[in-house]
Design a protein around this ligand. Structure first.
Ligand code: MV4
Length: 502
């Protein structure tokens, strides 16, 4: 029985994990850096321990300090969240050595999936489709040219220890290969200390679709269907949804089965994600396996009606899954928007600062996983994501309307966030009709940019009129004298412009 969990993380995910712990009667221990003393995950925990200075490498990435905190507070288990040490096999191994349960898969599985060449080999063994390419390391640029010409152009040269877009280059002709080979290699060496690269056929404008899986210690494996994650910018996801509006039910079924086969083949224990590239004709190829809980897990929770953190904890305690594949259904549609303290109009520069005012959306089908509060100062040292807005509705079009409503209800002042950018995304026709792939953000860059000089005089006048209309009629009420049609026209205009919130 797990009685106390230390959360080796910060921010919204630390709070998210604690919520499930409390519902299970489990005590929580927060760890925090000196920059995080006033962070909500520290207030929310039963116990808390400072593990070092602001710099992540001296605190949230410091295995010794985290283990020391776990021992001091007598934690039975550690939940790593995402990022930081969540996919670090050395950390999982150290937990085992110290007699602490690591809430996640075995270090061997993490190692196997962390090495992309090994992961590709494993998936081929498991009968899961991979992108055509190599499963050996390439000793030289000349060898790379030979292999690429066999595969056919364009190709992608990728770092074996990479992932998330680092150490990756496209070569469209044989001439480009030596340069791209060296570029991928040197980036891999400087980022991962390992210059091993491999080659894949380049899939043009793919969809990024992933399958959530759960495996227990008794050999049971199920999948929790798909998440569409194609709204990305520089390998950072911005909006995710489940189910994917792109794939049909037969592809969905085949991807689910492939993901289960993959997890079974490695004896996967815990929650994991199999990422696939899906081309325009719905051919899918294994890309990577993530051996952690992901940022976008809530959309799966909403449609499957499941708490993934509770499942992780039950699995780690040795319990068998209490449901079979046939018991899991996708109900309705869920969308998540990542709220970030960054300036989308100025190159997505991080813009940390003091939260002056915070009004969060509420109501039917709205969920917020966040950690900020009024008066909180977002530290400069960590990820700019301050929270996630998740909506659930019976259908995709209703979910989009709900997301739109919630994004206009949301108010964060004192710093710049990407709220305006998110509001623009949900109004892009390709997003609305579900016809988008990973080229979406780039392809719609003009539409998504906050246009300078957009507010011309006529529009400013209209905004002022909308606001006066709102003040005079809406608040004063007297429904017998109010011109409802004019009011609603001004209101919807004001809402559209982001001036009115209700
Ligand atoms: C690819 C690809 C096309 N063909 N591999 C980007 C992140 C890393 N996990 C793998 N990535 C890609 N691999 C082949 N063979 C295109 C991408 C890619 C991408 C993938 C998923 C989501 C967004 C992306 C944006 C650019 C490139």
């Amino acid at each position: 029985m797990i009685k106390k969990v230390l959360i080796a993380n910060r921010g919204e995910i630390a709070v998210r994990v604690m919520r499930s712990c409390y519902e299970m009667g489990i005590r929580t221990v927060a760890v925090f850096s000196e920059a995080d003393r006033s962070s909500r995950h520290v207030m929310y925990a039963d116990e808390a321990e400072c593990i070092g200075p602001a710099s992540s490498s001296d605190s949230y990435l410091c295995i010794d300090n985290i283990i020391a905190a776990a021992k001091k507070h007598k934690a039975d288990a550690i939940h790593p969240g995402y990022g930081f040490l969540s996919e670090n096999p050395a950390f999982a191994r150290r937990c085992a050595k110290e007699g602490i349960i690591f809430i996640g898969p075995s270090p061997e599985t993490m190692e196997r999936m962390g090495d992309k060449i090994q992961a590709r080999r494993t998936m081929i063994e498991a009968g899961v489709p991979v992108v055509p390419g190599t499963c050996e390391m390439l000793p030289s640029a000349e060898e790379a040219v030979r292999v690429c010409s066999e595969i056919g152009y364009p190709v992608m040269i990728k770092a074996s220890m990479g992932g998330g877009g680092k150490g990756m280059r496209v070569a469209r002709t044989a001439d480009e290969v030596p340069l791209m080979y060296e570029a991928a290699r040197s980036e891999a060496i400087s980022s991962f200390g390992d210059g091993t690269v491999y080659i894949e056929k380049f899939v043009e404008s793919p969809h990024h679709i992933e399958i959530q899986i759960l495996g227990d210690k008794h050999g049971n494996v199920v999948h929790l269907f798909d998440r569409e994650c194609s709204v990305q910018r520089r390998h950072q996801k911005i909006v995710e949804e489940s189910p994917s509006p792109f794939i049909d039910d037969s592809t969905r079924k085949a991807m689910g089965e492939a993901a289960v086969a993959a997890a079974r083949h490695v004896g996967y224990v815990g929650a994991g994600t199999i990422e696939f590239l899906v081309d325009g004709r719905q051919n899918f190829y294994f890309l990577e396996m993530n051996t952690r809980l992901q940022v976008e897990h809530p959309v799966t929770e909403e449609v499957c009606g499941m708490d993934l953190v509770k499942q992780q904890i039950r699995i780690a305690s040795g319990e068998a899954l209490s449901f079979r594949q046939e018991d899991i259904r996708q109900r309705g549609h869920a969308i998540e928007c990542r709220i970030c303290a960054e300036d989308a109009d100025n190159g997505f520069r991080p813009s940390p600062g003091l939260i002056k005012q915070l009004i969060e959306p509420q109501g039917n089908g709205v969920r917020i996983d966040s950690y900020i509060y009024e008066g909180y100062e977002i530290p400069v040292h960590y990820d700019p994501m301050v929270g996630k807005l998740i909506v659930h509705a019976s259908r995709r079009d209703y979910a989009i309307e709900r997301m739109r409503r919630a994004l206009y209800e949301y108010k964060i002042t004192g710093l710049t966030t990407n709220m305006g950018y998110l509001r623009r995304i949900i109004d892009v026709p390709q997003f609305k009709n579900g016809c988008y792939d990973t080229s979406f953000v780039e392809a719609n860059a003009d539409r998504l940019a906050a246009r300078k000089g957009y507010h011309n005089d006529a529009e400013d006048m209209a905004l002022i009129a909308a606001y006066l209309d709102y003040l005079m009629n809406y608040e004063e009420n007297t429904s017998d004298t109010r011109d409802d049609s004019a009011l609603s026209r001004w209101r919807s205009f004001g809402l559209q412009k982001g001036v009115l919130r209700i």
